[in-house]
Design a protein around this ligand. Structure first.
Ligand code: NAD
Length: 369
């Protein structure tokens, strides 16, 4: 079975999509869409074998004519809602980039459309697809490490003015948000997923330290989860541009798990306290287990996690099951992020899930107040 894919938005991230599509026999690229033809040509020229692929400038026309099995939504975040809803209402499943939308209510609506129409959504939450992460998550959730006490995550993804000035939508409240919304939302999703419980409260502060943008270049938040565990989050683009570092840690009664990337190099530290009180390092055990099991968490996915997302989405269509980073993950992570923004705005903790809609445009003027 081969699924027809339509890519809408031919910029930076679309290259990762195209590489993944080109290496999976289950997928076939039917066409691409971009309002800028040059961007579409550049994308198609970046991977061999796609130079004659059909290019559209109007996404509605492309969806109606191509009738894709999968629409990859890789446009600026402020356009996700309108394109994702149109594609699903016209029969397509989605690979939807993060964040799902720019508001809690719109994300809830996308989740509801997915349930009503039966269309599947795989979110671009790449961290869920990294090797070993899934194995560790299974063991945290089956109780191997005992009670989860707390967790933390940092995303120090340095970006300079050139990144923000490369496209007008970057760093704006309407179309992107700041370091928490763009660079950190999928890391928040990962931490909450690993810890196995939903956020019920958020408390946060935002700052604009170095970058000349509307939204935050630094955010810090604390989440309380339903099971009582606490999670801390730091997300920033104001660190050195040459350094892209991210790490999560989960602490449990009988173990601790840390994994991260430092300028592309992975590091892990997984420890378990045995019944005799001795602490054992489990790195080798998980590396061997992952190597043996392969699957969507295979080492190939470490180089391009979008490969894992596409493979999982194709399998989920064939097997009629939900993808690993599903529509609920997309909605829930936006709801948490909007809770973080709302808490920063109100300077007080907020309850989650949000009872009323909050949107990133509600943050307009935040740093001018
Ligand atoms: N999961 C990840 O690791 C990851 C990484 C980077 C970006 N992203 C997400 O991917 C999305 C795109 O980010 P990017 O950095 O590739 O942006 P980009 O600006 O490089 O590319 C966006 C492309 O969309 C096109 N476009 C704009 N409006 C359009 C429309 N109406 N119809 C068709 N095309 C249109 C633009 O011309 C541009 O080529 C964002 O939502 C971002 O958050 C995800």
């Amino acid at each position: 079975m081969s699924y027809k894919v339509l890519i809408i938005g031919c910029g930076r991230v679309a290259v990762k999509h195209l590489k993944a599509i080109s290496s999976l026999k289950e997928l076939e690229l039917a066409a691409v869409v971009d309002t800028n033809e040059e961007s579409a040509k550049k994308l198609l020229g970046s991977v061999s074998g796609f130079a004659s692929t059909k290019i559209y400038s109007d996404y509605k026309q492309a969806i109606e004519e191509i009738k894709p099995d999968i629409t990859a939504v890789t446009v600026p975040s402020g356009l996700h809602y309108q394109i994702a809803s149109f594609a699903m209402e016209n029969g397509s499943n989605l690979l939807l980039e993060k964040p799902m939308t720019m508001s809690s209510a719109q994300s809830r609506e996308i989740y509801d459309i997915s349930r009503r129409t039966g269309r599947k959504i795989a979110m671009g939450h790449i961290y869920r697809y990294l090797p070993i992460v899934g194995l560790v998550r299974d063991d945290i959730n089956n109780g191997r490490f005992g009670k989860v006490t707390h967790g933390s995550i940092y995303v120090r993804w340095g970006h300079g003015e050139d990144y923000y000035s490369s496209a007008a939508w970057r760093g704006t409240w309407k179309s992107d948000g700041g370091a928490m919304m763009n660079q950190t939302i999928h890391a928040i999703d990962l931490l909450v997923w690993l810890m196995g419980s939903e956020p019920v409260e958020a408390q946060a502060m935002l700052a604009k330290r170095l970058r000349n943008i509307e939204a935050e270049d630094l955010g810090m938040a604390i989440l309380r989860l339903e099971n009582g565990a606490l999670a801390s989050v730091e997300g920033t683009t104001s660190t050195l541009e040459s350094k892209h570092d991210a790490e999560f840690s989960v602490f449990c009664e009988n173990g601790s798990i840390s994994m991260g990337l430092s300028s592309g190099k992975p590091h892990i530290g997984i420890f378990e306290k045995k019944a005799n009180g001795k602490v054992k390092k489990l790195n080798g055990y998980y590396i061997r287990k992952q190597f043996k099991e392969g699957g969507i968490f295979s080492y190939k996915c470490a180089l391009n996690p979008h490969l894992g997302i596409y493979k999982d989405l194709a399998d989920s269509l064939t097997e009629d099951r939900e993808p690993l980073a599903d529509a609920y993950a997309g909605y829930s992570s936006v709801d948490t992020l909007m809770g973080i923004y709302r808490s920063a705005k109100l300077k007080q903790p907020v309850e989650l899930p949000l009872k009323e809609d909050f949107s990133s445009v509600d943050m307009a003027g935040f740093f001018e107040e």
